[in-house]
Design a protein around this ligand. Structure first.
Ligand code: P6P
Length: 339
């Protein structure tokens, strides 16, 4: 068989295209962009690396959950009364340990811990994290996610942590992101200069830039809401759902916030978890679920409200406070707000 020879020795089209398609590795990207970060950039870079490392460990455990005894409930409940899954607790341990070792975070707010965790170090940052959101989907092999918000502590490092370090509203975030353990594992984050998505290559143990400068389409035709709760919805919410149906929008609801959010960010759409007659303040948590996704959505030219005001402006009264959540394409959230 005649072998095709590449006379000019220039890289063939295929190899140059493949080379182009793989973006820079996360470490390289963080280093190249750390000067954008007006605070002590080296420390934020280290913090993002610590999160990426923990996510690789959690990813490995999530991917083999069916094979080792880490499926199913722990038989315990967290403060919010959610039945903790074994992977919830494992993920909380992994992230807490990685962040404690990294030394950049002095305090951690987690869905899995009743009060904040003092990591007893001189770190300048505070993190609010849902180590594994959507954990009820783990046993049925549906995508799940990690959600995190990063704040700077307000008081001097080395002094006792105070509530002003902990109860910071969403607009105070200096960085935020999520990990989506889906058909591929992705890390998506912002430091206030746009949103970038990285896809994990397990054979190399590296995240590579795959979705640079993510922007939410201004409009969309996907609405995500649990219509099974319709009897508990207010009339404006029901009216907006009817509007979506009148426009022949597609209903897509995975029941895993990060997966629903990520799809809507890429394709355009709106995710709604409203206040209901069952949950007067909604179900989702402000500090470690909604604030991070609200920051990301605004950085991607989207919008996030609680039905009345910008999520990032909501005052924090309690670590585990809940909020109604309308997030996604700007025009869709504006329309929903008009009801
Ligand atoms: P419901 C998962 O428990 C979660 O926190 C989000 O990931 C998800 O969007 C929502 O709750 C699903 O709640 O009441 O529709 O089952």
């Amino acid at each position: 068989m005649q072998r095709s020879t590449n006379k000019t020795n220039a890289p063939s089209i295929e190899s140059s295209r493949i080379a182009q398609s793989i973006g820079s590795a996360l470490d390289r990207f963080i280093k190249n962009n750390q000067n954008q970060f007006q605070y002590a950039s080296g420390e934020l870079s280290q913090l993002l690396r610590d999160i990426a490392l923990a996510s690789k460990v959690v990813n490995r455990e999530v991917n083999k959950a069916g094979l080792i005894d880490i499926m199913g409930p722990m038989g315990t409940q967290n403060l919010g009364g959610d039945h903790q899954q074994k992977l919830d607790v494992l993920a909380n341990i992994r992230f807490t340990r990685a962040l404690a070792k990294g030394g950049e975070v002095c305090a951690l707010i987690s869905e899995e811990s009743d009060s904040f965790v003092d990591l007893n170090n001189e770190g300048k940052y505070v993190i609010a994290i849902d180590p594994l959101d959507g954990s009820s989907n783990i046993d049925v092999n549906v995508s799940i996610g990690t959600i995190f918000s990063i704040y700077r502590r307000k008081t001097q490092p080395g002094t006792p942590i105070q509530s002003i370090d902990i109860l910071q509203k969403g607009s105070e975030q200096v960085a935020a992101g999520y990990v989506l353990y889906g058909s591929s594992t992705m890390l998506v984050y912002t430091t206030g200069h746009g949103v970038n998505g990285f896809t994990y290559e397990p054979s190399l143990g590296e995240y590579f830039l795959s979705h640079p400068d993510l922007k939410m389409p201004e409009g969309g035709k996907i609405y995500s809401i649990n219509e099974g709760l319709s009897n508990a919805f207010s009339k404006p919410v029901l009216d907006y759902i009817q509007y979506c149906k009148s426009q022949n929008y597609t209903a897509r609801y995975i029941g895993s916030l990060v997966a629903d959010f990520h799809r809507n960010m890429l394709k355009g759409g709106i995710y709604i978890y409203p206040a209901t007659s069952k949950d007067g303040s909604g179900k989702l948590r402000l500090m470690y679920e909604c604030n991070a996704l609200a920051f990301i959505s605004e950085q991607a030219d989207g919008m996030a409200t609680d039905g009345k005001q910008r999520i990032l402006d909501v005052e924090i009264k309690d670590l585990h406070q809940r909020t109604a959540f309308y997030v996604g394409s700007k025009k869709m959230v504006e329309k929903a707000m008009s009801y």
